[in-house]
Design a protein around this ligand. Sequence first.
Ligand code: SAM
Ligand code: ZN
Length: 364
Amino acid sequence: MELCEFTEGRAKIEVPKFEKVTAKTPVFYNPKMEFSRDISVSVMKTLKIKDQGKVLDGLSGSGIRGIRYMLESGTEVFFNDHNPVAVSLIEKNLKLNSLEATVTKSDFNHIYGKFEVVDIDPFGSPVRFLDGAFRLLKNNSYLFLTATDTSALTGAHKDSCRRKYDAIPLKSSFTHELAVRILIGKVVRNAAKYNFALRPILSYTKEHFIRAYFEIKYGKEKTNNALNNIGFALNCKCGYRRLTNEFNPDCPFCRQKVSFSHPLWISKIKDREFVSSCVKEYEALDFLGKKPLELLKTVENEIDAPLFYDIHELTHIYKTKIPKTEEMIKRLKEIGFNASATHFSSVSVKTDAEINDVLRCLDG
Ligand SMILES: C[S@@+](CC[C@H](N)C(=O)[O-])C[C@H]1O[C@@H](n2cnc3c(N)ncnc32)[C@H](O)[C@@H]1O
Ligand SMILES: [Zn+2]
C-alpha cells in the first residue's frame, strides 16, 4: 500500500495515497475536515479534559483526530476502528508523532469502559452509534458527533430522515438550521432512555456536514426538562416561522395553513459563554486555520433567536428591493429588536422580531 504524508495542526500522518476522497479507500482521510478538527481542538481545550480525562476517538480512521487532541490539547485518547488496516496505521501514526496510546480493533458498539468524552465521526449518520455511545458515557461527560447525511436531515431524502431520525424534515429557507435541530432532537430523545439529559454547547453546519457537541448530565428530572425542548418548527408562505411545542396549523398572521417539521430541538443550539471560551482558546493556538475561527466567531455572535429570515426570500414574496444583511440588522435594532447575522446563511438575519416587524425593515 503506497502511503503519502500530510501535516495538519501539530500532527504528521501517513495515509494511503488517494486520487479523490471516498469511503472506499483502505483507510479514510479527508483533508477538508481539518476545518472540523481545528474547531474540535479548541472545544477540547475549553473543556480542560486533561490527563485525568479519557477521550474516545471511537471511529478513528487514520487517527488524525485523536492524535491532534493529544498533541494540541494534552488529553489522553483511546483510539478505535473496526478496520484492521486503520488500526495498524493509527499505531504507525502515533509513533510518527512520538505518542503512546491504546488502540483497539472493535465494533464501536462493543467497546467497553467509561469516558469523559466520546467522539463519533462516522461516514453518514451517527444514529447507529448513539446507543453504544451512551453506554460509554456518564454524569458530567461530553458527546461530540458529526453527521454527513445532510441530504436526509435537510429533507432532500425525506424517507431517510424518517427512518434514521424519526422526524419529518421540511424544505425551507432555514432548512439547514432545521437539520441541526432534527439531529440534536434525535440525540436528546435517544439519551433520555438512559436518564441522560443532554444540552448542546456548540453546533454548526458547514457544506456537507453538521457537528454538534453535548454536555451530559444524569438524572430523571433533568432528562424530563431536556425533553420539554422537543417540539415543532412551523413555516408559512407569508414568512411567519416559529419553534414551539404547541402545534397550531393556522398562521396567526395570514390564516393560511402552515407546514411543519417535527420532532426537533426548539431550545438554544449553543452556549454562548462556552463558544466565547472556544474562540479565546482558538485564538491562542496560532497554527489553527483562519476560516474555522471566522465561523466560530459568527456562531458566538448569533443571537439565540429561533430560526432566521432569508432576506432574498422575503423580497421575492413581497416584491421589494434587497437590502444588505447588515442594513437589515441595523434597521431591526433601530426599531427595538435584537438581531444578528447567522452562519447558516449570509443573506439572512436572526431576530426576535416577528414577520410583521421584519417586513417593516424591507425597502419599500
Ligand atoms: C469518517 S471515518 C473517520 C475519520 C476520522 N475520524 C478523521 O477525522 O479523519 C469513519 C471510520 O469509522 C470506521 N467504522 C465504520 N463503522 C465502524 C464500526 N461499526 N465500528 C468501528 N469503526 C467503524 C471506518 O473504518 C472509518 O475508519
Ligand atoms: Zn402566514
